[in-house]
Design a protein around this ligand. Structure first.
Ligand code: HEM
Ligand SMILES: *[C@@H]1O[C@H](CO)[C@@H](O)[C@H](O)[C@H]1NC(C)=O
Ligand SMILES: *[C@@H]1O[C@H](CO)[C@@H](O)[C@H](O)[C@H]1NC(C)=O
Ligand SMILES: *[C@@H]1O[C@H](CO)[C@@H](O)[C@H](O)[C@H]1NC(C)=O
Ligand SMILES: *[C@@H]1O[C@H](CO)[C@@H](O)[C@H](O)[C@H]1NC(C)=O
Ligand SMILES: *[C@@H]1O[C@H](CO)[C@@H](O)[C@H](O)[C@H]1NC(C)=O
Length: 601
């Protein structure tokens, strides 16, 4: 009931009860019922398969009533999954229980994503154009109809300055490392690749998912320029005995570098903007080495195969490795769960699940995790400010991959939720995202909470958990239902000891899991050893981990590598000054340093 009242409030806020507006502006249809206008003052709600009926789809069917009352709140599920470690230690070891829970997580999350996709920024009703035009990001909530009144929104720059920009660095209590932050940026830019020439509603990444276009290039032409055409491999160069991506001048692919960058610092990779920060180029180098390493293995397994077949099979193996690492290392870290997540496509073979994905604009918006970035980057004993760090590939070759990895593993990222932790150096990105979401007629933060099965916030204090921040937000937005998606996510009260608030996780997890498991390689048709060049390749996929990805691709002893900063103070003077030669083999027990997962290898 409480929820209904909030919904009515939400609707009335967006219109004045005047005439001449589309009756669907008031969003009268609840519970994902679809509104159809019939002239200027009549509408119809289509409640088909919503589990509700009535004029506005507000009356639950009996089964819906029972289900909604039995279903635990997200906050309760989250609490259970992040506590009671001793119980989870047992459950994690009982394979049918672990499988059942993982299956439940996958299905309950991915069912929140519309599939096949429905709307886009220009179509708030179903249409073949919206379905079939892959140049658009899809939209989970339809854009507000064009002729609807919208509330006066605060100046975007003011919002950013008053509640988003960092005053003083707030470390993430989950101890997320920069190794994680740059993985996030590197991984996500394969499918978040806005085509700003067409507008923020458009994407250049037509694969709409994990296709590794950031390694191999979005077009066939680019891919061919990056390939060696020998044994399936990619082109590379050797600097100080280490393998790095080739130079732009040698492969002739377009990369975005400012004019002052010298030729021998212009590395060329699949994604045009990966020269932006050495963190991206570090991962690009690691994946390039991994590709060529796997090619060698394939060549050995199949001496009869030509370049093309080795290349294509290796690409599928790397897609599999990526999904494995993202679920079992990356999402595992983010979730904070004591339950051990599992990448196993077979879990879904008995379920109704579409092997298809379309990237949503809202997913892109919520993934702007720039507060993860610190004010300075400490690599070995050197401190780089943002200005020295961006477009500076020489940092990578100067320190080498192993030292970059180790330094990024030791440095803590910033907390994302809770407000005021966005580095001033990237505040322009936040202003853009606000302006773009207005241009694309996003619905409110609270509307998204309802869409993803959460109760809308009823006050600024409930949303932020902080009096001062609440007052500032109130001044900016006036009404809680006017708060926009992106600032809502960043000022939201973080969950206890967590990097994110509730909404980031409850929205992000469905998009993420759907995108990972909806990949073609996870379908019954593909998921078998022969797809990956036989048992050897399939094993590479099924045993992939962040630690192996790094350590199999550098010479010498394995550095510290983790998405979580080890719970030991490495910053102590003793370690800093003895660390000029990190090659001194692990004086720290690696199983303490790496998260539990890696130690099982
Ligand atoms: C110092 C590091 C970083 C810099 C300088 C930076 C800078 C930028 C810039 C200039 C844009 C273009 C946005 C625009 O103008 O609208 C952008 C987009 C974006 N950034 Fe970052 N960023 C950094 C780190 C990160 C990290 C760690 C993440 C984590 C996930 C991230 C996620 C994104 C996403 C999702 C987009 C949207 C991409 C698109 O739509 O094409 N960024 N960033
Ligand atoms: C449906 O919503 C409209 C507009 O919000 C309202 O006027 C009407 O009373 C509602 N109908 C029912 C049955 O609740
Ligand atoms: C779980 O199983 C592993 C090996 O399969 C074993 O080493 C470990 O002790 C088990 N843990 C518990 C809590 O039973
Ligand atoms: C997709 O839509 C855009 C904008 O309307 C249009 O310019 C483009 O040609 C469309 N693409 C295709 C393949 O139809
Ligand atoms: C780039 O990094 C190098 C260290 O490799 C540093 O000496 C230089 O000052 C940096 N460049 C800029 C423009 O800050
Ligand atoms: C390391 O630091 C300690 C004190 O902080 C100092 O006594 C020692 O000489 C330093 N060692 C080196 C190799 O610089």
């Amino acid at each position: 009931m409480n929820r209904l009242i909030c919904l009515v409030l939400l609707s009335t806020f967006w219109i004045f009860p005047g005439e001449g507006y589309d009756p669907c502006c008031a969003q009268p249809c609840q519970n994902q019922g679809v509104c159809l206008s019939k002239g200027a003052d009549a509408y119809e709600c289509d409640c088909t398969r919503t589990g509700y009926y009535g004029e506005n789809c507000t009356t639950p069917e009996l089964l819906t009533f029972v289900k909604t009352n039995l279903k635990p709140r997200p906050s309760i599920l989250h609490h259970i999954l992040t506590h009671y470690k001793w119980i989870w230690d047992i459950i994690n070891n009982i394979s049918f229980l672990r499988d059942a829970i993982m299956r439940y997580i996958l299905t309950s999350r991915s069912h929140l994503v519309s599939s096949p996709p429905t709307y886009n920024a220009d179509y708030n009703y179903k249409s073949w154009e919206a379905y079939s035009n892959l140049s658009y990001y899809t939209r989970t909530l339809a854009p507000l109809p064009l002729n609807c009144p919208t509330p006066d929104l605060p100046n975007a720059k003011q919002v950013v300055e008053r509640v988003l920009v960092r005053k003083q660095f707030i470390p993430d209590p989950q101890r997320t490392s920069l190794m994680f932050a740059f993985f996030a940026q590197h991984f996500s830019h394969q499918f978040f690749k806005s085509d700003f020439k067409k507008g923020p509603a458009f994407t250049k990444a037509l694969g709409h998912g994990v296709d590794l276009g950031h390694i191999y290039g979005e077009t066939l032409e680019r891919q061919h320029k990056l390939r060696l055409f020998k044994d399936g491999k990619l082109k590379y160069q050797v600097v100080d005995g280490e393998v790095y991506p080739p130079l732009v001048k040698d492969v002739q692919v377009e990369m975005h570098y400012p004019p002052h960058i010298p030729e021998d610092q212009r590395f060329a990779v699949g994604h045009e903007v990966f020269g932006l920060v050495p963190g991206l180029m570090m991962y690009a180098s690691i994946w390039l080495r991994e590709h060529n390493r796997v090619c060698d293995i394939m060549k050995q397994e199949h001496p009869d195969w030509d370049d093309e077949r080795i290349f294509q099979t290796t690409r599928l193996i790397l897609i599999g490795e990526t999904i494995k690492i993202v679920i079992e290392d990356y999402v595992q870290h983010l979730s904070g769960y004591n339950f051990k997540l599992k990448f196993d496509p077979e879990l879904l073979f008995s379920e109704r699940f579409q092997y298809h994905n379309r990237i949503a604009s809202e997913f892109n918006t919520l993934y702007h995790w720039h507060p993860l970035m610190p004010d300075n980057f400490q690599i070995q004993d050197q401190l780089y400010g943002h200005h020295q760090f961006v477009f500076n590939n020489s940092i990578l070759t100067k320190h080498g991959i192993r030292n970059m990895v180790e330094s990024f593993t030791k440095q803590t990222s910033g907390r994302v939720a809770g407000g005021r932790n966005l580095p001033a150096a990237v505040q322009g990105v936040a202003v853009n995202i606000l302006e773009h979401s207005r241009q694309m007629r996003y619905q409110s933060f609270n509307a998204y909470r309802i869409r993803f099965n959460m109760k809308p916030y009823s006050s600024f204090e409930e949303m932020t958990g902080d009096k001062e921040l609440a007052a500032e937000m109130q001044q900016l937005y006036g009404h809680i239902d006017a708060v926009e998606l992106y600032p809502g996510l960043l000022v939201e009260k973080p969950r206890p000891n967590a990097v994110f608030g509730e909404t980031m996780v409850e929205m992000g997890a469905p998009y993420s899991l759907k995108g990972l498991m909806g990949n073609a390689i996870c379908s019954p048709e593909y998921w078998m050893p022969s797809t990956f060049g036989g048992k050897v390749g399939f094993d590479i996929v099924n045993s992939a981990s962040l630690k192996k990805l790094v350590c199999l691709n550098i010479n010498g002893p394995c550095p510290m590598v983790s998405f979580q900063v080890p719970d030991v103070k490495y910053e102590s003077s003793e370690n800093v000054n003895s660390s000029s030669g990190h090659s001194t083999p692990n004086n720290i027990n690696p199983t303490v340093v790496l998260n539990e997962r890696s130690s099982e290898l």
